[in-house]
Structures are given as structure tokens and as C-alpha cells.
Design a protein around this ligand. Structure first.
Ligand SMILES: Nc1ncnc2c1ncn2[C@@H]1O[C@H](COP(=O)(O)OP(=O)(O)OP(=O)(O)O)[C@@H](O)[C@H]1O
Ligand SMILES: [Mg+2]
Length: 504
């Protein structure tokens, strides 16, 4: 990266408004060839919108896009791609009924004479790309049958079909395993070595600091500045992002523990998890820590009636219970905030209020009518509590920023006043400021007497919120720690399948 070089991309004074929202307020941004430029900002700061302007999905109200020194207009994604600009979306945008290969070459399928699709070439080319990405599936498979992580790989594969000048990754690691992340980072470094400009959007500071050369920060749609990664630190970036430093210490306020609310004895569901035993008391936060695939989500799903165990017992308030469906769980006061908000948590076409009050429409009904006032009151309460950014409860959740969608899901379950609240990866895709608020919220809920289970793949998160930590590896509980005794090393060992006896 030399100073004389022309930027691969330059955005100047970009303004974009939506009804009620000034999403971008004169934003400048540039990427040099061979540079990884991270774009940071709170949920709703305008990161995805800026990139959608670049990729021809939104037309800016004002401002200029300059590619390799020439001003261009991007009217469609296909045109952007022709200019060498590829966007890998935050929210997956695949056609589920089509094959992976068709999705990879969507809009540009290789054709034979007479306009017929050249299937042989299509599959050959896509399979070559999927192989390069180390994918364990083929181009022929229907996208709907792929896991979310693999669907993300299809999105990434799409970017590799063109001779790209600029590739934008919008929160690409949100649902990837560590192994898949390694592959992704290799690909990014490979693109970088070939002189491609990379825009990398993520809320994970560790990734930003590992990968990026420079960092640009947006706040409330405005440009806040650009920093050289090597010369800055997390604290400076955070202050630029949210206007203050974060207190990342543990909340040490003592709160008394009540009775055991939920107990699990020898719960097994082959081959996902076996002989799981633990308990959670009122007033306690129990963190489940492990790698993606360790069986934590499956245990949560079993407790919420989405899976049937092969054997074992679940007890609520000391009495054995049968949980065959989510309705049973909800009746017993067990709520689950799922891992994947788009698939399980939200109806994207519905407005914010309706999404939040969906599970309790029954309770709010007076006669044949749903009391709209009561619903709005619930929405307002949790919008304030969780600082959800939306111009109105009428807004369709589809257009909310990713993190704000997650907050709607959390609000939805909190508004049910559960006794046991299970949250699966509660801050995935959530900015550092809101993340810290959600951590405090989880602690506060425990203090109010809720029994809280937090499933997380982020060590700082479990360390910060948990009174006890259950470390899982490959479907088994390896060890349990109290907040006082846990150390990072012992936790890493436990989730890697190393038993204490083997270490000693
Ligand atoms: N199509 C749209 N219609 C109306 N408002 C929109 C639309 N797209 C985005 N917005 C609004 O513009 C603002 C910026 O959203 P954007 O998705 O760019 O945020 P973001 O920085 O990507 O956040 P996150 O980190 O949560 O993904 C938000 O207030 C959002 O609700
Ligand atoms: Mg976004």
C-alpha cells in the first residue's frame, strides 16, 4: 500500500435518507488496493446502508462513488459486480429453492447457444470455487438443505466468481465455526495479496484488530474518523463509536440466590449430548461455554420442547416435568431466545410491536380485540430498556439493523416474564455498547430473581455475566466452575476436551 496509489474505491459525501431516518449523513470512505479497511459503528450506525449504496442496491440522495479514479453510478448489483464491486450480505440473500451453484452464478449463469443454461460448466465452476473454500458440500445441493454456516459460504463463493476490485464482507463470521473462520481469513488474506480492496464489517474487536489495516468509524450515520489499526486500541475505537469508554468489569453486586428452579439429571439425546446434569437457582446466571457444535444449543432446544430427549429427567421447582412442545415450556415459565433470529426469532414482514408481543397476544386480548394500547406500552417499555433504534413501532423489522432485530427478540421473551430465561448467543451481531447493556440486563434480571442460562462462544461474555460456568465439549459437560475459581486457561482446556486429571 503506497501513498501514490489511487484508492480502489472512494465514497464522497454520501447521503441516504429513509422515511424518518437519515441513515447516512455525508459519509466519506476509501479503500486502497490490497487494504483491509474495517467499518465500525453501533447497530443502526449505517454500515450496511453505506455498503448497499456502494453495491447498487440503494441510490444515494447525494454524494459520489469513485472506482479506480472514475466517478460511477451503481444502479444495480449486477452493474456493481461488473465494476468489480462485490457485497457479501449480512442477512443472507440466497434463493433457497435453487442449487448452490445457481445461487453462486445468479444473474450470470453460463449459457450455451440458444440461451440454454450450460449446467456442466455451471457445476464445474461452482465446485471449483467451493473446493477452494474447503466446503464439504457440492454445487448441486439445494440451498434450503444447507446449514446457515454453509449458506454463508455460498454467499462468499459468489464473491469469488468475478475479478473483484473491492469485496465487502458484512459481518461474515456471525454464524461460522472457528474452523470456518480460519478458512475465511485465509481467503481474505489471499484477496488482499492479489491487490483487492477489502471492506470488513464486524462487531468483534478481536477480528478487526487481527485483520484490518485501517478502521473507519460511523456514528448515527455520520463519519467519525479513520484510524490506522497499528496505532490505535480498542478503547480509542470504542470511544469514537459510542462516545464513551466501556466499563468491562464484572458486576460484583451481591445478590442472594434462591431455590433451585430448574434441574436437569442425566439428560441424553444421542448423538448430540449425553448425561447432562446441572441446576440453576433463582437469581443465578449459569453460562454454557464451548465451541460451536458442542451441544449447547441442542440442550436449550430440549428444555424448550423443540427436541425430545432419549433419557434423563427435567425438574422444575423440584418436580419432574414433561416438556413436549414450546407451549409446555412457556407454561412452566421457561423461555428461549434462539440463536438464529432470522429463522426462529422474528417474522421479518411484521412490524416491531407485533413481533415483540407475538407470544402473548392471548393475554392482551379483551373480548375479540387485541388491546393495541397494551401492546404499544409493552413495545415502548422494552424499546427504552434495550435502546432499540427504530423511528416507530410501525417499522417493518426487515429494515431494522441486525443488532436491533436481535434486541426485538430479546424484548419479546422478556415481556413474557419468564422464570427461567435461556439466551443462546445473546449478543451475536450486537455492537459493543449494546452488548455491555445486554450483559448488565442479564445480571439485573438475575438480581430480580430470574434463573438465567447464557449460551455463548465468547469467553469475555461468559466470564462477565456468569455466576457459574459449565464448560462443554462434544456433547458432554467437562467441568463446572464458579466465577471465583475460573481462569481463562482452565476454561480453554475444558472446552478443548482436556480433563483436569490429564493436565495435572
Ligand atoms: N430499507 C430501509 N428502510 C428504512 N430504514 C432503513 C432501511 N435500511 C436501513 N434503514 C435504517 O437505517 C439505519 C442504518 O441501518 P444499517 O442497517 O445501515 O445499520 P448497521 O450499521 O448496518 O447496523 P448493524 O450493526 O446492526 O448491522 C437504521 O436506523 C435502519 O433502521
Ligand atoms: Mg448492518
Amino acid at each position: 500500500m503506497s501513498d501514490q496509489q489511487e484508492p480502489a474505491l472512494r465514497l464522497k459525501g454520501i447521503v441516504k435518507t429513509f422515511p424518518g431516518v437519515r441513515a447516512l449523513d455525508g459519509v466519506d470512505f476509501e479503500v486502497m488496493p490490497g487494504e483491509v479497511h474495517a467499518l465500525l459503528g453501533e447497530n443502526g450506525a449505517g454500515k450496511s446502508t453505506l455498503m448497499k449504496v456502494l453495491a447498487g442496491m440503494h441510490q444515494p440522495d447525494e454524494g459520489q462513488i469513485i472506482i479506480a479514479g472514475k466517478p460511477v453510478r451503481m444502479t444495480t448489483p449486477i452493474e456493481a459486480k461488473a465494476q468489480g464491486v462485490v457485497l457479501i450480505h449480512q442477512e443472507l440473500s440466497l434463493v433457497p429453492e435453487m442449487s448452490a451453484a445457481e445461487n453462486i452464478y445468479l444473474g450470470e449463469l453460463p449459457l450455451k447457444r440458444f440461451g440454454r443454461v450450460d449446467w456442466t460448466t455451471l457445476f464445474e465452476r461452482s465446485n471449483a470455487i467451493l473446493k477452494r473454500l474447503n466446503c464439504n458440500f457440492r454445487g448441486e445441493v439445494t440451498v434450503a438443505n444447507l446449514s446457515i454456516a454453509n449458506q454463508q459460504m455460498v454467499e462468499i463463493a459468489r464473491a469469488l466468481t468475478v475479478d473483484a476490485r473491492v469485496v465487502v464482507f458484512d459481518e461474515p463470521t456471525a454464524s461460522l465455526t472457528d474452523a470456518e473462520k480460519v478458512v475465511l481469513f485465509e481467503i481474505i488474506n489471499d484477496l488482499k495479496a492479489r491487490g483487492v480492496g477489502i471492506v470488513y464489517i464486524s462487531h468483534r474487536m478481536d477480528e478487526i484488530f487481527t485483520l484490518s489495516d485501517r478502521i473507519t468509524v460511523l456514528r448515527d450515520g455520520a463519519y467519525r474518523g479513520t484510524l490506522t489499526t497499528a496505532d490505535t486500541d480498542e478503547d480509542e475505537v470504542t470511544r469514537l463509536m459510542i462516545g464513551r469508554s466501556l466499563d468491562l468489569s464484572r458486576d460484583t453486586a451481591e445478590h442472594s440466590l434462591g431455590e433451585v428452579v430448574l434441574e436437569v439429571r442425566d439428560l441424553s439425546c444421542a448423538p448430540l449430548f449425553k448425561k447432562i446434569s446441572f441446576s440453576v437457582r433463582a437469581g443465578e446466571v449459569v453460562g454454557f461455554y464451548g465451541l460451536v457444535g458442542a451441544g449447547r444449543t441442542e440442550i436449550a432446544e430440549t428444555l424448550f420442547g423443540l427436541r425430545s430427549p432419549d433419557s434423563g429427567e427435567i425438574l422444575v421447582d423440584g418436580s419432574p416435568v414433561q416438556i413436549n412442545a414450546p407451549a409446555d415450556a412457556i407454561k412452566l415459565g421457561i423461555s428461549l431466545v434462539p440463536e438464529n433470529r432470522k429463522e426462529q426469532g422474528l417474522v421479518l414482514s411484521m412490524n416491531c410491536r407485533d413481533n415483540m408481543t407475538l407470544p402473548q397476544v392471548q393475554n392482551l386480548t379483551t373480548g375479540p380485540f387485541v388491546s393495541s394500547g397494551a401492546e404499544i406500552a409493552i413495545f415502548d417499555k422494552y424499546r427504552d430498556k434495550l435502546e432499540i433504534k427504530t423511528p416507530s413501532w410501525r417499522q417493518t423489522t426487515r429494515v431494522l439493523s441486525g443488532g436491533n432485530q436481535q434486541k426485538i427478540v430479546i424484548g419479546k421473551w422478556l415481556s413474557m416474564h419468564p422464570r427461567v430465561l435461556i439466551v443462546d448467543e445473546p449478543t451475536r451481531g450486537i455492537d459493543v455498547g449494546s452488548k455491555s447493556e445486554i450483559h448488565m440486563l442479564l445480571r439485573a434480571l438475575a438480581a430480580q430473581g430470574y434463573a438465567v442460562i447464557v449460551i455463548s462462544s465468547e469467553m469475555p461474555e461468559v466470564l462477565r455475566v456468569s455466576d457459574r460456568i459449565v464448560a462443554m465439549y462434544s456433547g458432554q459437560i467437562m467441568r463446572e466452575f464458579t466465577a471465583e475459581q475460573v481462569t481463562e486457561d482452565s476454561l480453554v482446556q475444558a472446552i478443548s476436551g482436556i480433563r483436569t486429571s490429564e493436565v495435572a
